[in-house]
Design a protein. Sequence first.
Length: 459
Amino acid sequence: MPAEHPLHVLNPATEEVVATVPAATAADVDAAVVRATRAQAKWAALPPADRARLLRRFATAVDEHLEELAQLEVREAGHTVGNARWEAGNVRDLLDYAAGGVERLTGRQIPVAGGLDITILEPLGVVGVIAPWNFPMPIAAWGTAPALAAGNAVILKPAETTPLTALRLAELALEAGLPEDLFQVLPGHGPVTGTALVEHPGVAKIVFTGSTAVGKQVLAKGSALLKRVTLELGGKSPNIVFADADIEAAAAAAPMSFLDNSGQDCCARTRILVQRAVYDRFLELLTPAMEAVTVGDPADETTDMGPLISKSQLERVRSYVTDDLGGIRGKAPEGPGFWFPPTVLTGVDPHARVAVEEVFGPVAVVLPFEDEAEALVLANATDYGLSGSIWTRDVGRALRVSQAVRAGNLSVNSHSSVRYWTPFGGFKQSGIGRELGPDALTAFTETKNVFISTEGPAQ
């Protein structure tokens, strides 16, 4: 790859350059697709058991280098070391899970007259995965693992700010025995490398995770070739606390529901909706819970929240928080690094920018509501529909509200959104399609229908 316009990877906690990586050009994408096409044909021809065995070896290689991958994530993304270890472990688990589906990727036999009808699931070919900077390792694996398991080749473009773990994963794949060029990583600039990948006729599908604005561009560019696209985009998720809930538990869990990964999480519960009868009590309990959050060096085992990813992201978050807004504000380190304190805003107009737009930082608003009907109006009053939480002891209410909230991933008395063995995706402008879960592999296949006549020749 040419050396012009390289990617300078900064440590978000110190602003120091930790690596300089060459950026791929459109010509590099062309060459990678040619190589991937050849590798994919050989990969798809392997017996399923052999493909599964190699993916498990890849998972083992990741496990053996888990700490190395985690430390890379700390340096390039500013993630706390505990989160980074979980992320590397998630890559391992996704590869294992996907490997288990290789030999279970079966078609159907459909009853028809005059013969036998069967369906065959065949790989698409070359899949492009465009991963974000907020969870570089796991989200890259969300697309890569099932695509490989289904018999495809993968070209992964990591985010400009976080290419290091992706490059290391590609090295581990080769060390584990995966065929050369089957899984390639092309760091580069989105308008160049990403666009070339989306517009390339040899790429059958794009998996993109990022902002809704860029996701719309990916969809528009891919549509010229009727390219298959899975989009996992933004969110502005509600955390709905009813008066009958365990208020102590809800308040204690609320901070990390939007402060995890410094709020750089599309599932972050940044709209805390609290029934008016317990609103004041909830805020009383939330204050010490917020004050207990430790913000600092992400390499320190005791740190709960690290820095934001970049200066531009820090400026974006600052633009949403003005001095006239009340609420609860924590502390953050001073000096080098992209630091912003944990922040909960109160007295906010429900239609204000900070209440309806995705901040993508450690900022939440608390909004009161009177009854279930008003809670649902507030919960659905955004363009997004990715995730959310419902806190109540009433099982009937939990089911009613779950059905009424327009979001793809909901939790009751919990803030859990993502499990690799359950589907994940959004409603409205939070995305198209689903990732993860038992059907993940089929999203990377074509269904071929074959009819075999059993009627003898005419007499």
